[in-house]
Write a protein that binds this ligand. Sequence first.
Ligand SMILES: [Zn+2]
Length: 290
Amino acid sequence: MKPTHPDHAPPADAAARRAIKPVICYPVETLPRPDLAALRAARAGWTKIDEVIVPAREAKFFEVPAGCFFRIVSIDGPQVGDLNLWSLKDLNERFYSGKTRALHGTHLSTGDQLWSSIPYLRPMATITEDTLDWYGIDEHGGSVHDVIGTRCDPYTHHLLSGGETYHHCCHSNLTRALAEETGLMKHACEFHVHDVLNVFMCTGFTRDTGQYFMKASPVRPGDYLEFFAEIDLGGALSACPGGDCSSEHSSDAAACYPLKIEIYRPQDRPEGWVSPAQNGYDRTHGCDLD
Ligand SMILES: [Zn+2]
């Protein structure tokens, strides 16, 4: 528990204040929802158009046209993947894990959408299948595919390890993958790398101290997480140096495995589906100044 000041004794009505019922900040009932059945029906007769292998402790860039699907597949052994997404047309529009968390919760599964950054704020991808959806929320409060972590990075590792240097944290892997794809300098690419969807990772917050925890991922070879691309996407996936994230990351200690990305094109676009426009807010912010 965090320390409390001796003057801050609980007031007489502390129990009553704590007992107030929470309300959901963003009820999904008012959120435009995808037609999941139509999206899933469009998979019948689809064609695999590309496949990318992400080596252990590395990241790879991939592209998915709007209206196509992609799967992140576990192969060889339990492995966590850190996913970044951008609009293929504009790197400034990128996955916004914080707002996605606020809209859908701490962990994502079938039917949830991955939202893009402000001012674009629109669905980038919809999750259409999750073979780990049986996991639910465990006795520790843990679940799979979180948007509460950030990504392992060499700066935090430098702080926590007393000055060590490690170049295969997901942040660095994603930076190299984007640099190789775009030809931009690594230092420029680093600013486009952002908080991830932690694919297959099992995480939560401890009940007593509220700290971020991880535990061994329940993923096994053959499991996959499937997405429908709502807009033209560029993605980068890092096979985290933590492997199944059962003990540590930011080192070469953990057993690590590759991940596979499969990209599929449906025969026809899903019935009733149109690629979402950028957010409709007028961006004046109640102000006349340019
Ligand atoms: Zn990582």
